[in-house]
Design a protein around this ligand. Structure first.
Ligand SMILES: *[C@@H]1O[C@H](CO)[C@@H](O)[C@H](O)[C@H]1NC(C)=O
Ligand SMILES: *[C@@H]1O[C@H](CO)[C@@H](O)[C@H](O)[C@H]1NC(C)=O
Ligand SMILES: *[C@@H]1O[C@H](CO)[C@@H](O)[C@H](O)[C@H]1NC(C)=O
Ligand SMILES: *[C@@H]1O[C@H](CO)[C@@H](O)[C@H](O)[C@H]1NC(C)=O
Ligand SMILES: *[C@@H]1O[C@H](CO)[C@@H](O)[C@H](O)[C@H]1NC(C)=O
Ligand SMILES: *[C@@H]1O[C@H](CO)[C@@H](O)[C@H](O)[C@H]1NC(C)=O
Length: 490
């Protein structure tokens, strides 16, 4: 018997030639695939690929595929079983190269692989193969070795010693396909007093793309970490507050440090450690508490859960004097009302009543600082041509003063042939000194919005016929007074 190794193409050609010879009625000899899975597992799993072919000696021979003790053998019946008896399971057929199929047809198919590429076999159909060793009651197994190594195969072919300790077994084709290492994500950040990270404490987040805002951290502003988890294990996200040092940490439990004290909360699920840290705010108002303005020794209040920020709001309160008061050109400093507290769901800034608010969320009691802000402009600068008239204060630049008690100022500066208005926090406008006759100071946020009087005069001259009320006449009188100052009578 001659065994020849032929490549597939040659085999095909042979088939065609054999077919042609048969058609012409010329005798031919039967050819069969010949192999033993003990030497080449592909004999069992991928027949018809690169297997050897043998020519049978007898004209009445058959090609067979048989299973003995789990091993698969293919070849001519006459060679494999000289007595002509092939015990079941055995398949025989009588045309050339007909023994090329997986046998038995219900031979179990399992994912067979090992290493890191074996962790996720969802899109790896090439790893799903018939089991090399046949057993009627075979099962597929998955052996999770560690985070970067998984082994899959057939129970009767190569079950590792470590099974069944960390092995999953199942009994239908392709059943050992479970993802063995999964990833879960957590927010990861640290906030500490010397290196503040307000986004790690609390944040206003849009929920589900609709308009609802709630206090929660998001992975858009906070970095994240990944817990790698072996099948059958679960890892958590954590939030830890060291109540002594006030260091707040969030992260993945797989990389969590040891926290003997403090407040530790843990949770399951992607980004589950996104809860806002509670905030406490200084709470007071300038009417009932003289310390409210300085921010010293404020009483603090724990805000309602989900509060994002603390507020400090200031409102200019004008003292209304009777119109008969002839001292209208005398500056009456407006008083201010200041309040501080939790910017919770009940907080509404009275913007329509001229209240200006500043919000902060960087730490407990962060609203104890300055709330003083003033209009900042210079009518000589190109973008500030409304600085004198203040027709549109809402469009004006606002400057935060360095001190909560700082005054807001406005003055008219006359230099060479230029006359222009400058406004700002007192420290920003050094021209506005005690001997500056045009310096106007006021005690409150954004109170430096009174139009420069020479501008008023210009308006009044063009609208002189409209000026009939006593109040407007008095305003005009006041304006002319200032004008005299600016342009003394020759
Ligand atoms: C081959 O087997 C089929 C049935 O499996 C039979 O009908 C046929 O006669 C056989 N041919 C030869 C040449 O023995
Ligand atoms: C943030 O989380 C959402 C799900 O909550 C996810 O779809 C998105 O890809 C994450 N963004 C980043 C940058 O990881
Ligand atoms: C100021 O605070 C006191 C005491 O907390 C309160 O009774 C009062 O209503 C507050 N005033 C205003 C205008 O909110
Ligand atoms: C701080 O306030 C408390 C009461 O709220 C008061 O007893 C204490 O004297 C105050 N301290 C200072 C320095 O004002
Ligand atoms: C002034 O302070 C507020 C609140 O702290 C801040 O939002 C704003 O950006 C500051 N403005 C400037 C010009 O620094
Ligand atoms: C500004 O107003 C506050 C409270 O209304 C007062 O305590 C302070 O002395 C005033 N500052 C000036 C410079 O008038």
């Amino acid at each position: 018997m001659a065994i020849r190794l032929l490549d597939t193409l040659l085999k095909l050609q042979l088939l065609i030639i054999a077919g042609t010879l048969l058609f012409r009625g010329v005798s031919y000899s039967l050819e069969c695939y010949a192999c033993d899975s003990a030497e080449d597992p592909e004999c069992a799993t991928r027949p018809g690929q690169q297997l050897e072919v043998e020519e049978c000696s007898g004209a009445t021979d058959l090609c067979v595929t048989s299973i003995t003790a789990g091993l698969t053998r293919r070849g001519c019946l006459g060679r494999l079983y000289p007595n002509g008896y092939c015990a079941a399971p055995c398949d025989s057929c009588n045309t050339s190269l007909c023994n090329r199929h997986v046998f038995p047809t219900d031979r179990l198919r399992c994912y067979q692989c090992s290493g890191s590429t074996c962790i996720d076999v969802a899109n790896r159909p090439e790893l799903l193969l018939p089991c090399p060793v046949y057993n009627e009651d075979d099962r597929c197994y998955t052996n999770i070795l560690h985070l970067s190594n998984t082994m899959r195969g057939c129970e009767h072919t190569n079950l590792p010693d470590t099974c069944p300790h960390v092995c999953l077994k199942c009994n239908y084709n392709g059943c050992n396909s479970e993802l063995t290492v999964t990833e879960s994500r957590c927010l990861q950040c640290t906030h500490m007093r010397l290196s503040p990270n307000p986004d790690c404490l609390r944040e206003q987040a849009l929920i589900n793309d609709d308009e609802t805002v709630q206090c929660a951290l998001t992975n858009e502003t906070v970095t994240q970490c990944v817990n790698k988890v072996m099948l059958g294990h679960r890892e958590q996200c954590y939030t830890h507050l060291n109540t002594q040092t006030e260091v707040l940490q969030r992260g993945c439990s797989t990389t969590m440090g040891f926290f003997p004290t403090g407040e530790l909360t843990q949770c399951y699920g992607d980004y589950c450690n996104a809860q806002c840290q509670d905030i406490a705010c200084g709470t007071c108002n300038s009417t009932s508490n003289p310390n409210c303005r300085t921010g010293i020794n404020l009483s603090t209040e724990k805000c309602a859960a989900g509060t994002v920020a603390c507020y400090a709001c200031e409102q200019v309160v004008f003292l209304f004097h009777s119109i008969s008061n002839l001292c209208l050109n005398m500056y009456i400093p407006p008083d201010t009302f200041l309040r501080r507290g939790c910017a919770d769901a009940d907080f509404i800034p009275a913007t329509d009543q001229g209240e200006t608010c500043q919000l902060c969320r960087s730490s407990d009691n962060c609203n104890r600082y300055s709330v003083r802000s003033c209009y900042r402009c210079n009518s000589q600068e190109q973008d500030d041509d409304d600085c004198a008239e203040m027709n549109l204060p809402s469009a004006m630049t606002i400057s935060n003063c360095t001190d909560p008690m700082e005054l807001c100022v406005s003055t008219v500066i006359s230099r060479l042939n230029l006359i222009y208005t400058v406004r700002g926090c007192a420290s920003q406008v050094p021209e506005c000194s005690a001997n500056d006759p045009y310096c106007v100071k006021c005690n409150g946020s954004l109170c430096n919005n009174i139009p420069t009087q020479w501008a008023m005069e210009k308006i009044e001259q063009s609208n002189i016929h409209l000026l009939d009320s006593p109040k407007q006449q008095k305003q005009r009188w006041a304006a002319l007074t200032l004008l005299k100052y600016l342009w003394p009578d020759p």
